[in-house]
Structure formats: structure tokens, C-alpha cells
Ligand binder design. Structure first.
Ligand code: ADP
Ligand code: MG
Length: 252
């Protein structure tokens, strides 16, 4: 085995993903560099969420190559080899709801309880640290999801995604459903976390403000592949017809 290239946490080449006869990705190439914030945009159903499932090792691709943290991944690999890779990434799913029957603290403790053998007291301390890190007040720990505002719920979901100290954070439309002020505050949090923890971010979003304030590069997903990767500014001015149409509609 050659030396791992840890400077590229995610490398996809010729990815093909299917659900039965439905081809979601075909010939998709993408590289995510360590420490960058990569945006992913594309129309509804273009395969953004499924792409995050592939990267987080929840959905097996039909063909193509996936490298995570420089290691070639095959989902037929044993759980004992997949699990350490999964633990290096945190995911905030599009339907990233917290468990409604658990408090914020219990929600954030869950990944630690499941994946570590730390003593309960330490697990609670680590979880409280994450709750503070995302800017939630101390009292929020004891609250149930239904008692939180939209913006606080998202922060709690981020805290849960950070529970195991991932290097790579995958965010699927995190600001969906938030008012513009709360959305901007959430973007500011992502920037802070990135600076403070040196995280690599993959941010799926339809929000132009998020693209401009958070990301270094943006990949446009269409026709099952990455049609173009560029800065937010350059991509929004792209002459590629589908991309121009996408951003034309986004601005309208
Ligand atoms: P989006 O870009 O809006 O996030 P998705 O990645 O969720 O799109 O979905 C891409 C395509 O895959 C869509 O056509 C969707 O209907 C289909 N799809 C997603 N998940 C499943 C599934 N579990 N079973 C079957 N089809 C799915
Ligand atoms: Mg989606």
C-alpha cells in the first residue's frame, strides 16, 4: 500500500450510483481538499443528498472509486475497517431532526455512548462542551427539541454531528427553513468552527449568501456528475446553460 494522501479527505472518480434502474450519478469526479469549505449546488433530485450518503459510507456506489482520507474504500470492507473512517466525518442530514424524546444533551451524548467506551461522566462533559461550542446557552442542554427555536435546533444538530470530533463535516441544506438572520448566524458558526477546529466542510445549499460567505469553491451537480467547480462568484457567472439557468432562477 502506498502512502496515504491525507491532504485530500475525499476523492471520487467515475462514481456511479443507482437505485434500481434509476441512475443518480454517472462519471462523477470530485476532490475535496483538506481545510476547504466546498459548496455543492444543483437542482432538486440532482443527487446532492445521495452524494453525501456515499461519502459518509451509508450508500454503496455501483461503480467508481472513493478514497476517504487517502484510503481506498470499498463498502464490502469489514465494519471494523469502515467504522474508523466513518468516525472521522460528521453529518448533519437534510432531515437532520434530533430525537424528540431526548433532551439536547442526550441527543449530543448519543454518538459518544454508541461509539466510545468513555465513562458516563466524561461523555456528559464532552457533550456539554460541544453544546457550548455551537453557541447554545447552558440551559439548552436540558431542553427537548420542541422547546427550541429553528436556529437553536440546527445548532444542536451541529453539536451532535461534532460529538466525535470529526475532521470533515457534511452539511445538507442546514439553513433550509430558517429566517435570513438565523441563516446568516448559522453560516457565521460554520466559519468559526472551521477556523477554530480546522474542519473541512462540505456544504449542500441553495442559499447564495451561504455560498458566498462560507465556501472557497462550489461544485455544480447536474446530469449525474460535477459539471463545473469554481468560486461562488465565477460559478454564478457561468455560461454553461444549465448552471446559468440554475442561478438565474435562484436570483429570481
Ligand atoms: P437532491 O439533489 O435533491 O438532494 P437526492 O440526492 O435526494 O437529490 O436524490 C437523487 C435522486 O435519487 C432522486 O431522483 C431521488 O428520488 C432518488 N433517491 C434518493 N434516495 C432514494 C432512495 N432511498 N430510494 C430510491 N430513490 C432515491
Ligand atoms: Mg437533498
Amino acid at each position: 500500500m502506498g502512502r496515504r494522501d491525507e491532504s485530500v479527505p475525499v476523492e471520487l472518480a467515475g462514481l456511479e450510483t443507482r437505485f434500481g434502474a434509476l441512475v443518480v450519478h454517472q462519471g462523477l469526479d470530485l476532490e475535496v481538499r483538506r481545510g476547504e469549505a466546498l459548496g455543492i449546488v444543483g437542482g432538486s433530485g440532482s443527487g446532492k443528498s445521495v452524494l453525501l450518503s456515499v461519502i459518509s459510507l451509508l450508500k454503496a456506489p455501483h461503480a467508481g472509486r472513493l478514497k476517504l482520507f487517502g484510503e481506498e474504500v470499498d463498502m464490502a470492507m469489514s465494519e471494523s475497517r469502515l467504522m474508523p473512517l466513518r468516525r472521522r466525518l460528521g453529518v448533519m442530514f437534510q432531515q437532520g431532526a434530533l430525537f424528540s424524546s431526548l433532551t439536547v444533551l442526550e441527543n449530543v451524548m448519543l454518538p459518544l455512548t454508541e461509539h466510545t467506551r468513555l465513562p458516563a461522566l466524561l461523555i456528559e462533559e464532552f457533550a456539554r462542551l460541544k453544546i457550548a461550542l455551537v453557541g447554545l446557552p447552558r440551559e439548552a442542554a436540558q431542553r427537548y427539541p420542541r422547546e427550541l427555536s429553528g436556529g437553536m435546533l440546527k445548532r444542536a444538530a451541529v453539536a451532535r454531528a461534532l460529538a466525535l470530533d470529526p475532521e470533515l463535516l457534511l452539511l445538507d441544506e442546514p439553513s433550509a427553513g430558517l429566517d435570513p438572520v438565523s441563516a446568516a448566524e448559522l453560516d457565521a458558526l460554520f466559519n468559526t468552527l472551521r477556523q477554530a477546529l480546522g474542519l473541512t466542510l462540505i456544504l449542500v445549499t441553495h442559499d447564495l449568501d451561504s455560498l458566498f460567505t462560507v465556501t472557497d469553491r462550489v461544485a455544480y451537480l447536474g446530469q449525474g456528475r460535477v459539471l463545473e467547480v469554481a468560486s461562488a462568484r465565477d460559478l454564478t457567472e457561468s455560461h454553461e446553460p444549465e448552471i446559468a439557468r440554475y442561478f438565474g432562477n435562484a436570483r429570481a
